[in-house]
Ligand binder design. Structure first.
Ligand SMILES: O=C(O)C(=O)Cc1ccccc1
Length: 309
């Protein structure tokens, strides 16, 4: 079965997808992140690839929200894609001649400085993806409603008829986006590698003082490092929030599973979105008192006490 992704071909999401499935015959392009997750939930796709975190803009809220609600899904892999933006048009033109430019909102957020400096008067036309903006130019020409698009230079391989007006226009040249592959729960957990990540959704169960501290304590007392924490409104009412959290480690690590037990005890609707290998190389450093051996040794000792020994 196929893998759903934010299409069409030529998006940054497709670059991420190609890292795990190079054959386009298995790609199912859809028009949004929620549509990609819906394709998995209703069985049209075996999995989906969606952006989750950007090194410049932080968490991708459309993804965090769509994973926090609806039936549970599991992240089984992650991929990193370096992000480079090009401004393309149908013909060579001066930047001053560009009246309107189409792109995806994430892309727009990452070129704002360059646009302000080089084409401050330009109108922004939101597109469902960077590639959709560029292909709209090719399909509709002058009647597209915009003169240029901001997209991945990768699109030029398939469409050399596009003219590059400016390349590498991102405000941060080192920008990287992290993508995840998401599937239905029920598959086997990805193996523990020693360099893993676990993603959780933690609804803030109480608005009393110290509620967040109590959540964080579950991690800190077990030596679990958080690599991302974001609060998002649930949408239910003003002030109703959930935390979206990434932590270093696998649910098969004793320190992580103990932290998740503690969390679930104080927050019974905690959602486990998966444990999966980190894309970056390296090993998660764990202090002696937080290793699997230390947890087991302590648990065995208590077990003996409970057995009256
Ligand atoms: O529109 C795309 O090409 C996407 O894949 C979404 C996106 C846009 C900008 C940066 C990262 C992902």
């Amino acid at each position: 079965m196929s893998i759903a992704f934010l299409g069409p071909a030529g998006t940054f999401t497709e670059s991420a997808l190609r890292q795990i499935e190079p054959d386009p015959a298995h790609h199912l392009p859809v028009a949004s992140v929620p549509a990609a997750l819906a394709a998995v939930r209703d069985g049209r796709a075996a999995s989906a690839v969606v952006p989750i975190e950007n090194s410049v803009e932080g968490g991708v809220t459309a993804t965090l929200d769509a994973l926090a609600e609806g039936t549970e899904l599991r992240i089984c892999a992650e991929m990193l894609v370096p992000i480079r933006f090009a401004l393309v048009a149908l013909r060579p033109m001066e930047l001053a001649q560009v009246r309107a430019v189409a792109t995806h909102s994430h892309a727009w957020a990452q070129v704002r400085g360059w646009v302000q400096e080089n084409m401050p008067e330009v109108e922004y036309i939101p597109a469902s993806s960077t590639a959709a903006g560029a292909l709209g130019l090719l399909a509709s020409g002058e009647s597209a409603g915009y003169d240029a698009a901001i997209c991945s230079p990768a699109i030029l391989a398939a469409h050399p008829e596009l003219t590059v007006l400016a390349d590498d226009i991102g405000d941060n040249r080192a920008a990287v986006t992290r993508f995840v592959q998401v599937a239905e729960p029920g598959e086997q957990l990805p193996e523990r590698t020693g360099s893993d990540r676990t993603t959780l959704v933690i609804p803030l169960w109480s608005d009393r003082a110290g509620a967040l501290l109590e959540i964080l304590e579950q991690f800190s007392t077990r030596g679990v490092n958080l690599s991302r924490i974001e609060s998002r409104p649930t949408g239910a009412s003003l002030g109703d929030y959930f935390f979206s959290v990434d932590l270093d480690g696998h649910i098969l690590d004793e320190r992580v599973s103990e932290a998740v037990v503690g969390l679930r005890r104080i927050c019974p609707t905690t959602r486990f979105l998966g444990s999966y290998p980190r894309a970056e190389q390296g090993v998660t450093e764990v202090e002696g008192r937080h290793t699997d051996g230390a947890f087991r040794q302590a648990r065995d000792w208590v077990q003996q006490l409970r057995e009256g020994r």
